[in-house]
Design a protein around this ligand. Structure first.
Ligand code: PCA
Length: 321
């Protein structure tokens, strides 16, 4: 009997000490653990854990919440931190779509300028939603994957297209394809079963999902560079003291810098892996290229109209940079 009491006392003392030392914060991630976004977000979590009393635990691959659920889950406080593809939130606010306006910013320098021009609006929009913006990192330039050679528009007609946001859906429709929204985590399955036959995405996602096993053609369109963002629940954030908040922002700045360099460093390498694995890698030409450009121009005009004055301001400040 005495022995049991002794163990209980020890257990509760150590539990008490652990609670006082570290509060655990989950960081919900949508993309695979080996993707650079996830690796860097995990390094960010480790840095915060090291420098503050928080213990931040990253959950890649949609293992805590699927990509489509992360924004809502962090807003509701179900997870204190999360990462989301910004443009997938288009139905919340057109500001979230600016990085996916076709052919507006098509390289890393342009994407960085567009980020700088749109960041104040992004931070404000998150604040209105009760969230704290931490950092944002791009995907490499978006290309076109297809099981059929894109020799003319007729060859794309009716292809089942995997979309990840409203812009990709509308590009597909404008080009005669049939879009379905599918998270990156479900991609291999979708292509293997024929639910998807084409998509617009970066070399990064095609590489993660070994798309060469199902898809023969990659066209390096460089249509835009969409970004992910990492953010925290505002109430949870208010529970941190100023020193901890500053340490989180400092770790976020480090992660953002590392992530932009990694994206740029890997962009060409991913495409090389496609050729090495037997895919035909090229650029769009003729009426297919014209089709992408003209549907892209329509989508840009449409976005400018929906985004109103805020949108015009962002584009103006982007173009002035
Ligand atoms: N990869 C993500 C979003 C953009 C990208 O390059 C995806 O395909 O889901």
């Amino acid at each position: 009997m005495k022995k049991i009491i002794f163990y209980t006392a020890v257990a509760s003392i150590s539990l008490g000490a652990a609670t006082a030392q570290a509060e655990t914060w989950d960081l919900a991630l949508a993309y695979s653990a080996t993707n650079y976004h996830s690796e860097i977000a995990t390094a960010f979590a480790d840095e915060v854990s090291e420098k503050t009393d928080l213990d931040v635990v990253a959950h890649p691959g949609g293992s805590l919440f699927a990509g489509a659920e992360i924004y809502g889950a962090v807003r509701r406080g179900l997870a204190p931190m999360g990462e989301r593809l910004i443009s997938a939130l288009a139905n919340e606010n057109p500001i979230f779509e600016v990085d996916s306006v076709p052919f507006l910013a098509t390289g890393f320098d342009g994407a960085a300028k567009l980020y700088a021009a749109s960041k104040p609006a992004l931070v404000d929009t998150l604040k209105e939603d009760g969230l704290v913006f931490l950092y944002s990192c791009p995907w490499p330039p978006q290309g076109f994957y297809s099981v059929a050679e894109a020799s003319d528009l007729a060859s794309l007609k009716g292809l089942k297209f995997r979309a990840y946001n409203a812009t990709t859906s509308r590009m597909a429709e404008g080009l005669g394809m049939v879009p379905t929204t599918i998270e990156a985590a479900e991609l291999s399955q979708a292509f293997a079963t024929g639910v998807a036959q084409s998509m617009i995405s970066s070399g990064s996602t095609g590489f993660d999902r070994k798309l060469w096993e199902e898809v023969d053609y990659f066209y390096d369109v460089q249509a835009w560079l969409p970004r992910n963002m990492v953010f925290a629940n505002g109430k949870a954030w208010e529970g941190l003291d100023e020193e901890a908040q500053n340490a989180v922002h400092a770790a976020a700045a480090n992660a953002e810098k590392a992530c932009w360099s990694k994206a740029e460093e890997l962009a060409g390498w991913y495409v090389e892996q496609f050729a090495e694995n037997g895919m035909t890698v090229g650029t769009l030409e003729g009426e297919v290229l014209d089709g992408f450009l003209s549907v892209g121009a329509e989508l840009r005009a449409d976005w400018e109209e929906r985004a109103g004055d805020k949108g015009v301001e962002i584009i103006k400040s982007f173009e002035a940079e």
